[in-house]
Design a protein around this ligand. Structure first.
Ligand code: DC
Length: 252
C-alpha cells in the first residue's frame, strides 16, 4: 500500500498548540458487490470520521438515466459517453448524503429517480462500456481533488480509480444474505418480493461486474476484506472505524 503522501498530508493544519493535526488529505475506498451494505456503511463511516462521501454507483445510475431519457441504445458507448459528459453531472455536497444534479438542459436534482428499476438495470449495462467508465473515472478523480478527505464507494475505487488510497476495504457477503437484505428492504418499503428472483438477479449482476474487461469487480491486493454475512451494520461500521484508526491514527 502506498500511504498517500502520508507525511505531507499529516499537516499543516495544526492551528493551536496541542491541537491534533488535521490530515488535509485522506482517501478511504470501499468496494464490493451489491447488497453488502456498502453505501450505508460508507456514508456513516464518512460521517463518523468527519470525511466526505462519494457514491460512485449513483454516477453510473445517472449516466444510465441520461441514456434512457435520450432513448439511446444501451450498447452505444460513444453516444452515451458524450451525453454523460455534456449533461454536467454534479453533486450538492451540502446535503448528507450528497444529492446528484444534472446541469443540462436545465438544472435538476435526479437523486430520487436513480434507484428505480429501469435505471438499476440500465446502469449495469452501461457500466460495461469502457468509454463511459473512462469519463466517470476521470470525474471521480477530479472530485477527489476538490474533496481531498473522502470515503469513496463503488466497485473499482481501490483497484482502478484511487490505487493510492490510504485504506482500502472490500465488503462481501453470500448472495443469499444479500438477497435476504434486499428483500427485507423492499418489504419495509411496502413492495411485494420474489426472493428467488432477487437471488438470481444478484448472481447475474455479480457475474457481469466481475467479468467485464474494464474496471471489473476485483479484490484489491492490499485491501481489508470483511465478510458481512453475519454482521450487523453497526458491527461492520465499528470494524472499519477501528481499522482506519489503527492504520492512520486520529484524522483530526
Ligand atoms: O452500487 P450501485 O448498485 O449503485 O451501482 C450501480 C451500477 O453501477 C452497478 O451495476 C455497478 C456499477 N458500478 C460500477 O461498475 N462501478 C462503480 N464504481 C460503481 C458502480
Amino acid at each position: 500500500m502506498v500511504i498517500h503522501a502520508a507525511a505531507q498530508a499529516l499537516a499543516h493544519a495544526s492551528t493551536r498548540e496541542g491541537t491534533a493535526p488535521v490530515r488535509s488529505e485522506v482517501t478511504i475506498t470501499i468496494d464490493g458487490p451489491a447488497g453488502t451494505g456498502k453505501s450505508t456503511t460508507a456514508r456513516l463511516l464518512a460521517r463518523r470520521l468527519g470525511l466526505e462521501f462519494l457514491d460512485t454507483g449513483s454516477m453510473y445510475r445517472a449516466a444510465a438515466l441520461i441514456a434512457l431519457e435520450a432513448r439511446l441504445d444501451l450498447g452505444d458507448a460513444k453516444r452515451i459517453a458524450a451525453a454523460a459528459r455534456s449533461a454536467g453531472m454534479r453533486f450538492d455536497w451540502s446535503a448528507d448524503p450528497p444529492r446528484l444534479w444534472l446541469s443540462s438542459p436545465v438544472p435538476r436534482d435526479v437523486t430520487d429517480r436513480l434507484r428505480d428499476g429501469d435505471v438499476t438495470l440500465a446502469s449495469s449495462a452501461i457500466a460495461r462500456l469502457p468509454e463511459v467508465r473512462a469519463i466517470l473515472v476521470d470525474a471521480q478523480r477530479r472530485l477527489r481533488a476538490d474533496h481531498p478527505r473522502l470515503v469513496s464507494e463503488g466497485r473499482d475505487q481501490g483497484s482502478v480509480v484511487f490505487p493510492d488510497a490510504d485504506v482500502k476495504f472490500f465488503l462481501d457477503a453470500t448472495p443469499q444474505a444479500r438477497a435476504r437484505r434486499r428483500a427485507d428492504q423492499l418489504r419495509r418499503a411496502g413492495q411485494s418480493v420474489d426472493e428467488p428472483r432477487l437471488l438470481a438477479e444478484i448472481i447475474e449482476r455479480d457475474e457481469a461486474d466481475r467479468n467485464r474487461d474494464t474496471g471489473p469487480l476485483i479484490i484489491p491486493e492490499d485491501s481489508v476484506v470483511i465478510d458481512t454475512t453475519c454482521m450487523t451494520h453497526e458491527q461492520v461500521l465499528e470494524a472499519l472505524e477501528r481499522e482506519v484508526h489503527a492504520r492512520l491514527g486520529p484524522l483530526g
